[in-house]
Design a protein. Structure first.
Length: 155
């Protein structure tokens, strides 16, 4: 009989029955099994830690990508807004230029017709003819300004 891997003495005599290689084998087997269990437990823990680290890294990567995507969207939105504001201001500037040119042309035409009317016979100008001339001058100025703004190196 054995107790805690130690032989038990019966009547002060040691029992030698099966106390040979078999006992050594079972003790080694039990020790190896415990060792193997500890190793497997450490391996499982290491795998669990690795999976946890990988999950955290993946979450960080996903968060970085999400932030980068939001940043790029905001930048694109701001650039689009800047382009729209620029185009609106450019349209306003061209419209103002067109109106000023029409006013100059109409004042020049008015002064020419009054000067011409004083020297010669009376020249009659109707609303239809002034509208036609202003439309023609508007088309010409618009074509000229678009050609000037779209020309390479022209601004």
């Amino acid at each position: 009989m054995k107790e805690n891997d130690l032989p038990v003495f019966i009547k002060n005599e040691k029992s030698f029955k099966d106390d040979s290689n078999y006992d050594v084998f079972t003790r080694q087997k039990r020790q190896l099994q415990q060792r193997r269990n500890r190793l497997l437990q450490r391996l499982r823990e290491a795998q669990r830690q690795r999976r946890l680290r990988q999950r955290k890294q993946q979450q960080k990567r996903a968060e970085r990508l999400r932030k980068q995507k939001l940043y790029l969207q905001e930048r694109n939105k701001a650039a689009k807004e800047r382009r729209l504001v620029f185009l609106q201001r450019e349209r306003e500037r061209l419209e103002k230029f067109r109106i000023e040119r029409e006013q100059r042309l109409s004042s020049i035409l008015a002064s020419q017709t009054t000067a011409h009317a004083e020297t010669t016979t009376e020249v009659t100008t109707t609303a239809a003819t002034t509208a036609a001339t202003s439309a023609a001058t508007t088309a010409a100025t618009t074509a000229a300004t678009t050609a000037a703004t779209t020309a390479p190196g022209g601004g």
